[in-house]
Design a protein around this ligand. Structure first.
Ligand SMILES: Nc1ncnc2c1ncn2[C@@H]1O[C@H](COP(=O)(O)OP(=O)(O)OP(=O)(O)O)[C@@H](O)[C@H]1O
Ligand SMILES: [Mg+2]
Length: 281
């Protein structure tokens, strides 16, 4: 479909262990659609298949069986690989592993240079990308002297300079302190709302998932719950069973209900909780 950024059809992926001649199933018949402009959060415990799925979306991996289509391009067709990687950029966990140059603006220019973009156009893209993530005034700085959140914003600018339509963040906030995490989440939301970039955010922080358009929960390589944050987090028991948390206020509502206190079961924020508690008789 034209308005789909990503389509996964019966995607299965197995890692091969050549020494033991065994396979481990990492993606088990996954079928999902991600619409253009959507903000998707993927949740799942360690080893559930999140990164493997992410790498399929930007053609770092291709399915064992099934198909991944990115903006109409089949990722298993070799002539599409570079196109797919341009359309779907990726930002990883450790900013230090993603920064390659000794000056911020050179780092951001690295991607488009490799694509063979004209120097004048590169200049424009680098400036635009750095402004977008609020790092323009640091353009002449050395990346290794920046904070974790700032480094990660430079890494995001590097991806933006490739002009992607979709960005996948694979636990890009995991190594940051709370203020760095906030910076990155704010940047990601801006990219989605104002630059209309499709976002796939993989995270272990439930609070970062509250504002998603849709959450997909993956376990053992299968999507087991999918829907709005309210719908997904209501499933407190299922989430706990697979080793995941729910946002603090959803958890509190769950505990209160167990004690017989009649609050809604799909509360996500403090404001909603306060509102509920004030209405109790
Ligand atoms: N290179 C590899 N070789 C063999 N098995 C692998 C390899 N990479 C991942 N796996 C296995 O595939 C499954 C899915 O791994 P994946 O990295 O996609 O999970 P994840 O959800 O991203 O985990 P995490 O939260 O730890 O990042 C796991 O069981 C993992 O052990
Ligand atoms: Mg991972």
């Amino acid at each position: 479909m034209e308005n789909n950024m990503v389509e996964c059809r019966n995607v299965t992926y197995k890692y091969e262990n050549a020494e033991e001649n065994t396979f481990s199933l990492a993606l088990d018949n996954i079928s999902i659609d991600i619409k253009k402009g959507e903000f998707i959060v993927i949740l799942g415990r360690n080893g559930s298949g999140k990164s493997t799925l992410a790498k399929h979306i930007n053609a770092l991996m291709v399915p064992f069986s099934g198909k991944v289509i990115v903006d109409g391009l089949d990722t298993s067709d070799e002539k599409n690989i570079w196109n797919v990687r341009n359309k779907a950029g990726m930002v990883f966990q450790n900013p230090d592993n993603q920064l390659v140059a000794t000056i911020v603006e050179e780092d951001v220019a690295f991607g488009p240079e490799n694509l063979g973009v004209e120097p004048k156009e590169i200049r424009t893209r680098v400036d635009e990308a750095l402004k977008r993530v609020g790092m323009y005034k640091y353009r002449k700085h050395a990346p290794h002297l920046l904070s974790g959140g700032q480094k990660q914003r430079v890494a995001i600018a590097g991806t933006l300079a490739m002009k992607p339509q979709c960005i996948i963040f694979d636990e890009s906030t995991a190594m940051l302190d709370p203020s760095g995490r906030k910076e990155i989440i704010k940047t990601i939301k801006d990219l989605n709302e104002n630059a209309k970039i499709t976002i796939v955010l993989i995270t272990h922080y439930m609070e970062e998932a509250i504002d998603a358009d849709r959450i997909m929960v993956i376990d053992n390589g299968k999507i087991i719950i999918e829907g709005s944050p309210r719908k997904v987090f209501k499933e407190v028991e299922t989430m706990k069973k697979i080793g995941l948390d729910v946002p603090q206020m959803t958890e509190l509502a769950y505990e209160l209900r167990k004690e017989g206190i009649d609050v809604k079961d799909d509360i996500l924020s403090i404001d909603e909780m306060v509102n509920e508690l004030c209405q109790l008789k």
